[in-house]
Design a binder for this molecule. Structure first.
Ligand code: GRF
Length: 203
């Protein structure tokens, strides 16, 4: 995506609950969101899109024999709508090289740990089991690796002695709902650059 402050069309991809989607809709990012796409027809987040008058599209991965074909359908839907920035918000499918190549430095993800610690599923449980005293949230660019692209923003969340994976997840989620809109706003504002893996914002 161009690193300049022009209006951008944003798509949010979800698979389930959609609380991060709701946080984005409640933020100043809202006017840029053109479409919400879910790979599951029963994703609760689709209602959040519909309630906000945003197009809610279902593209089910299981309707495609190969991941490549699913990725291609997603890219096509995004291109048709002139999407410049894709925000993954609890989207539970790995995107292949076709998808990543179609949106270089223009796919964001939110992950409930301080990456590179605890990538993949169940990050909060991983943090508890590892015994870290601080975990948190990361918003990062998506590349071909798992939870691996350049980091845009991180927020720490202390791990309490009494925490379970569920209670930690709940407190991290509060930070997620602040961090994602802030990160998306920064990326949309332009004026940032990436050196190697280092993201620097000037606005
Ligand atoms: C969040 O914890 C997010 O960090 C992770 O998946 C969860 C999605 O939750 N990638 P929600 O659907 O946004 O409520």
């Amino acid at each position: 995506m161009e690193n300049t402050p022009v209006p951008k069309n944003v798509a949010v991809l979800i698979s389930g609950r959609g609380s991060n989607l709701r946080a984005l809709i409640a933020s100043e990012v809202r006017p840029a969101i053109r479409v919400v796409i879910s790979n599951r027809a029963d994703a609760a987040g689709l209602d959040a899109a519909r309630d906000a008058g945003i197009e809610a599209l279902v593209i089910q991965h299981r309707d495609f024999a190969r991941r490549e074909a699913f990725d291609h359908a997603l890219v096509e839907a995004l291109r048709e709508r002139g999407i410049a920035l894709v925000c993954l918000a609890g989207f539970m499918r790995l995107l292949g090289p076709t998808f990543c190549a179609a949106f270089p430095n223009a796919i964001l993800n939110i992950h409930p740990s301080l990456l590179p610690a605890f990538p993949g599923v169940d990050a909060q449980r991983q943090a508890i089991e590892h015994g870290v005293k601080v975990s948190g949230v990361t918003v990062h660019f998506v590349d071909a690796g798992l939870d691996a692209g350049p980091i845009i923003l991180q927020r720490p969340v202390p791990v309490l002695e009494t925490d379970t994976a569920a209670s930690l997840a709940e407190r991290i989620l509060v930070e997620e709902h602040r961090a994602y809109p802030e990160a998306v706003r920064m990326v949309l504002a332009g004026g940032w650059h990436i050196d190697g893996r280092r993201f620097t914002a000037t606005r």
